[in-house]
Design a protein around this ligand. Sequence first.
Ligand SMILES: C[S@@+](CC[C@H](N)C(=O)[O-])C[C@H]1O[C@@H](n2cnc3c(N)ncnc32)[C@H](O)[C@@H]1O
Length: 266
Amino acid sequence: MNLRIFLDEELEKHRVIILPVMDVKESMRFLQFSGYRPAATILDPWYNRGIGGVRDDYFEYMLDIIDTVKYNTNHLFLWGFPEIAAQFINKINEPLEFVAWLTWFFKNCPSVIRGWRSSQQTCLHYAVQGAKMYPENFFNAEQELRFENNQMRFIPAPSSVIEESLLVGFVGKKEQTGHPAQKPEKVYEKLVLMSSAADDLIYDPMAGSGTTGAVCITHRRRCIISDISDEYIFLAEKRLGIKRLSENIIDEYRLEMAQEAECAVV
Ligand SMILES: C[S@@+](CC[C@H](N)C(=O)[O-])C[C@H]1O[C@@H](n2cnc3c(N)ncnc32)[C@H](O)[C@@H]1O
């Protein structure tokens, strides 16, 4: 079986491929092995506080992951709490360049800590030089018409602050899957629309409940997602109505990937 043809057919059929349980780095190797270069990669790891625990080597761990992905994507979106994202800002470099500090702002965090109530998360946007951005994807009907008729002197850009309520309690009840760190589709929609055109490939190797997949289905992008947790992949399968690829398919290529890696070392 030709892997690329098979995966292309799956994407044609479902728009989204859910890989079997996989660590982020194996998932990236698989993507590269299959010959895909995504328009955008979304990295939404645990945040090194609260759920997911704390790692002493978090910074090095994430930089290592970014080093693996940075040669194989046009855009990269990295999520985190502001104080953690701030540590990355000048550490992610060639071939990527810093594009924007995006803030997801929400007013409805139920936290009752004695201090500031958390109301934002950060998403760092990086891209390779010349990577296309698509502000026109945010036009309303009137703007589209003016744009088509060359009547627009300036292209209005979407805001780098994305205001959207946290999915909690009754807010976004229909969208909620039970994943403890699920992002609203309206937030991810902005990343996907800014960085891709219809049919482009979006990649999310720490996909949790599959928010990226849901947005890609709505906006007619193609999408490959994976996660290290069987429980969360199950949530994504249920949400998207798509089954993960079978382990057998992946095992065949795990062997080939291992042989390729061995040859590279020798
Ligand atoms: C913040 S959540 C992502 C939430 C997702 N954006 C959503 O909207 O549902 C982080 C995810 O990263 C996954 N994860 C953590 N470490 C991983 C690793 N080494 N490889 C792949 N996935 C990992 C977790 O299982 C978790 O689902």
